[in-house]
Ligand binder design. Structure first.
Ligand SMILES: [Mg+2]
Length: 215
């Protein structure tokens, strides 16, 4: 019997560009800086040209603490968009009866805001955020919890980061797929394929739409 695929996706740099989130966060911090009297365009210029954005802004605007900036950055409702083709791919998977999950590492509020802003709630049958379950993708927990909740599927994990996205799904017998960045250096994490095979994805695609033809 052929098992139905269950496709679990990473979020950041897999379904949208994490750099867009970074820039959205800087815009929110720039708006907060403007309330403190620094022109938002100047705040943006300082953050986008310094190696450490928030330390540099704090040096220019001491009344605004780095903690305050981090709070704004982490809690703002982001202005971000899905990568081209994600909507169609998720629709296609759903029409085939494949459950869809998101397994992401990060803070609950930040990751949930991203999911809301991207309109992913309508597609995801299950969302796992590391802060909520107390375990990230360097452990088997997020993947095992999904398998316990949805037993009897052909599990697939789609991610971007070979440092942590594929090792546990590989060990648990999943199919692993890496979405290659559309241009070198776009992603936050490097995509150099690891020497150790257990860390490497089994498949590499250059566009999310290819998923529907390889499953
Ligand atoms: Mg990622």
């Amino acid at each position: 019997m052929t098992l139905t695929p269950l496709v679990a996706f990473d979020l950041d740099d897999t379904l949208y560009s994490e750099r867009d989130f970074l820039h959205s966060g800087w815009r929110a911090v720039a708006r907060a800086a403007a309330i403190h009297g620094l022109e938002a365009g100047e705040a943006w210029r300082i953050m986008s040209t310094a190696p450490d954005a928030f330390d540099a802004l704090h040096a220019r605007l001491p009344i605004m603490t780095v903690d305050e900036m981090l709070h704004v950055y982490r809690t703002h409702m982001p202005d971000i968009a899905l990568y081209t083709g994600v909507d169609d791919t998720l629709e296609c998977l759903r029409s085939r009866g494949c459950p869809i999950a998101i397994i992401t590492d990060g803070r609950s509020l930040s990751q949930r805001n991203k999911i809301k802003a991207l309109g992913l709630e309508q597609y995801a049958d299950y969302v796992s955020v590391s802060e909520e379950i107390g375990a990230d993708k360097t452990s088997d927990s997020p993947f095992r919890i999904l398998m316990d909740m949805f037993p009897g599927y052909h599990y697939i994990y789609v991610g971007d980061n070979p440092a942590k996205d594929f090792v546990w799904p590989n060990r648990l017998g999943w199919t692993t797929v890496m979405l290659r960045e559309s241009r070198p250096g776009l992603n936050i994490h490097p995509q150099t394929l690891p020497q150790e095979k257990i860390y490497a994805p089994q498949r590499v695609v250059s566009h999310i739409g290819e998923l529907t033809s390889i499953l």
